[in-house]
Design a protein around this ligand. Structure first.
Ligand SMILES: [Fe+2]
Length: 469
């Protein structure tokens, strides 16, 4: 199949629309020094794909794997997932599976997870510790850095069959502030350049290196990975899909900033009603307001009288030292109250707070474009007393990091593991996938609140069209 046959829109294609500049900026009190500056508004077009088959065709799925997933960096875990020498983590990505191992001198190695003899997957556990990897099929053995260690009955192989490397092949691995990324592309830019200083600088205050995994659930979803991912990079659907959130998060005025290489961020103001509904929301404190105040350690007697005092009261509560494990003085007021939603191109989002981060991944299925692999992980700062409640982590969860949490695999139809908000998305997205398949559907119409989706496809098309590697 030729790339041209797919007719993806190119970022250069002329698009006739008048750009409405999403000029909204978080209010000055949340960051008086403007330590996180609002960025300019690059035109990423209307984000209309000339060909909807990217959501279901096998050819598009295969091209996407070759042109995009093989070329980009992927966040696969944290150094605290493999705390000791000899520890490994396994990560499955499309048709591939990788092992990231921590060797002597704490050097990391990323290995393709198969036996070089006949191709058997060597490791099926997600996290563990090993002194060597042994193939269960013919007992070939490998060091944890991938070097061949033993070929049983070696004398029965003709010399020329063993003349190529018998070591497990390596992918590129690198870390950024404790987080482990890998890429299959030897020519890809360095991880630091791929992420970009601009994008990572805003995270300076967070205790990223310390964080430990406290929740980890994987689930197969019956939709293309992009269909699923899109539902988590725009706030426009909240008024319809998550109406219970209307009084508590202003997705309407949520600052969006786009960064090079497809990464972006959005600040969702928590404890503030959605602007178009302001007149309908009573001024009295809601149960949700009270929950936020309690989580921030504000005593009942100090609760504000009306909801408009909640954001500042939450900030004050945190600054008064409700959560002793964290130095809140490093953070801006906005960071203490809002939900910072970040996209790591291509398929990872973070919702980060000083206490911890919700990490969601949508990965292509190995063979089927109409399935994707979803992983929900929460990492927390050790010793914190409370994570934001929407993350769904039990209050008594072990945040010590002393034991490495296994990944659990949820039945595809078990929505209870997703929590009340994500399960609403999970219910809806198969309907989206089904409806857009209609021959009469002309493609998505994306508004300014869906800017991050347009930015995603702007970058996506660069890879698919071979303009970027
Ligand atoms: Fe949603």
């Amino acid at each position: 199949m030729d790339k041209a046959d797919l007719e993806f829109a190119t970022p250069e294609a002329a698009l006739s629309y008048d750009a409405w500049t999403p000029h909204y900026e978080q209010p000055l009190w949340k960051d008086p020094q403007r330590t996180v500056e609002k960025r300019g508004y690059p035109d990423v077009g209307a984000g209309i794909l000339a060909d909807k088959q990217v959501y279901w065709s096998k050819d598009a799925h295969d091209l996407e794997w070759q042109a995009l997933w093989r070329k980009t960096w992927h966040l696969v875990g944290h150094l605290n997932d493999i705390p000791k020498q000899g520890d490994f983590l396994k990560t499955d990505l499309g048709p591939e599976s990788f092992l990231v191992t921590r060797g002597s001198n704490d050097a990391l190695t990323a290995l393709y997870n198969f036996c070089t003899h006949r191709g058997t997957r060597l490791v099926m556990k997600d996290f563990g510790s090993a002194t060597r990897f042994v193939c269960p099929y013919h007992r070939w053995e490998f060091e944890t850095d991938g070097a061949i260690r033993h070929v049983p009955q070696r004398e029965t192989f003709r010399k020329e069959t063993l003349c190529r490397s018998l070591d497990m092949p390596k992918a590129r691995v690198d870390t950024w502030r404790g987080w482990i990324f890998l890429t299959m592309d030897k020519e890809a830019p360095a991880l630091a350049d791929y992420l970009g200083d601009d994008f990572t600088a805003m995270l300076g205050a967070y205790d990223l290196e310390k964080m430990v995994r406290v929740a980890d659930v994987a689930q197969t979803w019956p939709v293309n990975w992009k269909t699923a991912h899109e539902a988590f990079i725009e706030g426009y659907h909240v008024q319809a899909t998550h109406p219970q959130l209307i009084p508590n998060v202003d997705t309407y005025y949520a600052q969006v900033d786009l960064y090079p290489n497809g990464h972006n961020r959005q600040f969702f103001p928590f404890t503030e009603p959605m602007t178009p509904y302001l007149d309908e929301i009573p001024l009295e404190l809601s149960e949700e307001n009270k929950l936020f105040l309690r989580e921030a350690g504000v005593a009942e007697a100090d609760f504000p009288k009306t909801r408009d005092g909640v954001p500042q009261a939450v900030v004050k509560g945190k600054r008064n030292g409700a959560n002793g494990a964290i130095d809140y003085s490093k953070f801006t007021d906005g960071q203490l109250i809002d939900d910072w939603s970040l996209s790591f191109f291509p398929g990872v989002t973070w919702n980060i707070h000083p206490e911890g981060v919700l990490v969601q991944s949508w990965r292509p299925h190995a063979t089927d474009p109409l399935l994707c692999e979803y992983i929900l992980r929460v990492y927390a700062v050790p010793g914190i007393s409370e994570l934001p409640s929407y993350m769904g982590v039990p209050k008594d969860v072990d945040t010590s990091g002393k034991t490495v949490l296994p990944r659990s695999y949820a039945d595809p139809e078990d929505f209870s593991v997703l929590g009340p908000v994500v399960s609403q998305d999970r219910v809806l997205i198969p309907r989206l996938q089904a409806g857009m398949r209609s021959e009469a559907f002309e493609g998505a119409i994306l508004g300014e609140q869906e800017l991050r989706i347009r930015a995603f496809y702007d970058e996506y098309c660069k890879y698919i069209n071979g303009l970027k590697r």
